[in-house]
Design a protein around this ligand. Structure first.
Ligand code: SF4
Length: 291
């Protein structure tokens, strides 16, 4: 719970505030950009909610924050924010909210499909917390847990145990040692079912992999994200833990696939036509080769 005594001085006066435990994960700024800003290394409130819609987004940010760094002076109920997750993104894809500090606030997603189409897929792991777990149960549970790479796995073991679902992860990120049921080897893409294509993308980590859903939504973990500053797709060299040359090759490989949405673990969501996204990806590859 946020501590009023640790309220950052950069916050504007009023009900909502961020305290000094903020780890600068960016989640609140994405969810409620009208309320939260980056003042340099941490977030703060620059404008208090002005209407019910902004209040709703601020409470969603409070709930999604991995470190419980967002508080309200009156200690108002966050129920509205809790009930908002998983929140719809596109088609049958939802953002889970409830990010975890152990994965530095990485975003995870739920694909909701009927059992005859393979059932629901959890893409990376959110915080294992009762309201979210109950809501996922109501939405059909989890049939498969896809783990993009070792950094964004959070409470994967608890989700796998609760929903009795197999996890799929690449051996390059020590999947076997984590107890993962379906360990991926090699660098060839692999079809999981009619909708889902797993594509190994080493670079950010040795065993990083992305997931392409219906040739439309690309779940990219920490491999690729939208950059608002550059206004295009980008990879981030300062957080490349394994090999930038490998990550560049992996990025080039993605040019062979068609997608309209990029849903990352860290970084911003990107959306455009398949042709636009292909052009953005070409720009990304070119800039990586020059970096
Ligand atoms: S969501 Fe929480 S940890 Fe992340 S930037 Fe906002 S206040 Fe900081």
């Amino acid at each position: 719970m946020a501590q009023i005594d640790h309220r950052l001085p950069q916050n504007i006066e009023g009900e909502f505030y961020v305290d000094s435990s903020c780890i600068d994960c960016d989640a609140c700024r994405q969810i409620a950009p009208a309320i939260f800003r980056d003042h340099g290394g941490k977030s703060s409130v620059y404008r208090q909610p002005q209407d019910p819609g902004e209040l709703h987004r601020a409470l969603m940010a409070l709930v999604a924050c991995p470190t419980a760094s967002i508080g309200t002076v009156s200690r108002r109920s966050a129920r509205q924010g809790v009930q908002a997750f998983p929140v719809h993104v596109v088609d049958d894809v939802y953002f889970c909210g409830f990010t975890s500090e152990s994965s530095f606030g990485a975003w995870s997603y739920l694909i909701v499909r009927p059992p005859e189409q393979g059932g629901n897929v959890l893409v990376d792991s959110p915080r294992f917390t009762s309201p979210l777990v109950k809501r996922i149960e109501q939405m059909g549970g989890v049939n498969l847990l896809f783990l993009s790479h070792r950094d964004d796995i959070a409470d994967h073991a608890k989700f796998a145990a609760h929903f009795h679902c197999p996890r799929v992860m690449h051996q390059g990120d020590s999947a076997a040692a984590l107890g993962v049921e379906r360990v991926i080897a090699g660098m060839d893409s692999m079809r999981i079912d009619n909708d889902l294509l797993l594509i190994p993308t080493p670079g950010h980590t040795r065993g990083h992999q992305v997931l392409l859903y219906r040739d439309k939504v690309l779940f990219t973990g920490d491999h690729l994200a939208w950059s608002p500053e550059r206004e295009t797709l980008a990879a981030f060299r300062d957080v490349c833990w394994f090999s930038w040359a490998e990550q560049t090759r992996s990025m080039e490989k993605l040019l062979a696939y068609r997608f309209e949405w990029v849903l990352p673990g860290h970084g911003r969501i990107g959306h455009g036509t398949a042709e636009e996204m292909h052009q953005h990806l070409e720009r990304c590859v070119a800039s990586m080769k020059n970096a």
